[in-house]
Design a protein around this ligand. Structure first.
Ligand SMILES: [Zn+2]
Length: 69
């Protein structure tokens, strides 16, 4: 068993039978894909001069937790 498979098996066990190791793997891959897509969107917004989080122009963005108003 590879290290990754082992982790998926452990996560499946700790889910209390809710997920199989295969489902854990699929979920994890989905999360990684989501994170990559989000990063891309963030880059696109920044390149266009807008903050991805609050939609303000970068000059108007307060920065830290700017999406909380
Ligand atoms: Zn912002």
């Amino acid at each position: 068993m590879t290290e990754v498979e082992e982790r998926h098996t452990i996560l499946a066990e700790t889910s209390g039978g809710k997920y199989t190791p295969e489902e854990v793997r699929d979920l994890e891959m989905g999360l990684i894909a989501d994170a990559a897509a989000q990063e891309q969107e963030e880059e696109n917004a920044q390149a266009a001069g807008y903050c991805y989080h609050c939609g303000e122009k970068l000059d108007d963005c307060t920065g830290y937790k700017c999406w909380i108003r």
